[in-house]
Design a protein. Sequence first.
Length: 430
Amino acid sequence: MSELKKALSPVHVWAIGVGLVISGEYFGWNLGWGVAGTVGLLIATLLITVLYITFIFSFTELTTAIPNAGGPFAYVLKAFGSWGAIIAGYATLIEFLFATPAIALALGSYIHFLYPNIGIVPAALTGYVMFTLINLLGIREAAWFSLIMTVLAIAELLLFIGVAAPHFQMSNFLHNPFPFGWSGVFAALPFAIWLFVCLEGIAMVAEEVKDEKWALAKGYISALFTLTVLALAVMITVGGLTPWENLSAIDYPLPESIGLILGADNPLTKLFASVGLFGLIASFHGIIISYSRQMFALARQGYLPASLASVSSSRQVPYVALVVGAGLGILALLLLDTSKLVILSTIGAVTVYVLSMLTLFRLRQTEPGLHRPFKAPFYPYFPALALGLAVLALVAMAYFYAQLTLLFFGGLFLILILYRFQKKSTRSSL
């Protein structure tokens, strides 16, 4: 049986979208201060915000026209055939599979901050097991859990901003604000992307949405608005609390910031760190949903082993993909640090964005009669701007992070070679 259960409403879609990304407000973005300073990262973030506004409004056209658990893979397959689909599927898996261990490490760091006797890696591994098991319960149960965690995470961020904002000092925010000039802005792009990365993962649950056409559009747009407001508010507030050098190399900038205000031993500091776990849990949980559906879709189309398309008879969840995805994420967690995981994930993301916008343009030409419940506004300008900014980001990351870019494209080359031999073997056996 390879059919997914339709159980999600617009509020679930919003919760999954915000939940996928909201951990980006809790950690990761602050690493960009180390290469750009406060103002440099802010400029990079504003640039990336434009990218995501134009991209999501354009991408929603594809998601509502082709509601498929494969997401970008399914869209590119329709536009460019199997070779393009392989590239899109690989890039999407890299984005989600590498984002998850980054969040797991941050989750472990928050727990270690609260309980120093617990190691970061053991806590991260425990999280993988726990949330994979929750996802095995079923999509409706998983979505309700995501909704609860997301609402709690947003409430905690708003409370954080309320407590921290009165202590904001412009002198701190403008301390060494642009240390590496414009080159720093481009170097900071992956960390700005981290504030929004994986939002398009909503597409992976499209087959499980009731009345998916409008529910998907509402979910995407409301999630993007929520995340944009929170991202800018958190970044600016934290930047005014202390010189950025004090927070640019840790995985728990928010509790550390509260510790500077209230004192590291203050019970409220510990409380903030505890509540801050909700944001990490929301994203961790949501991305597990997304990568399992991507693996399911690729396997269903014959691009991955057929066993990954197996769906449990009672819960109708892709249980093999959930378990295998967790195994791959754990391996990445043990081999790479947070910064490298973030960069690899964002390289995968912008590759997906480039392919998606090219797909949008192609399908407008080749499939003019395709039913499009939601059309990209300001076509062709919005998708063209999204495409241009995504290409710019990809080029910048290739320049500043050449080794990781080579690792990403080396893996892609290997996948394409294997696919070529698989096709050749299939033809010869006929």
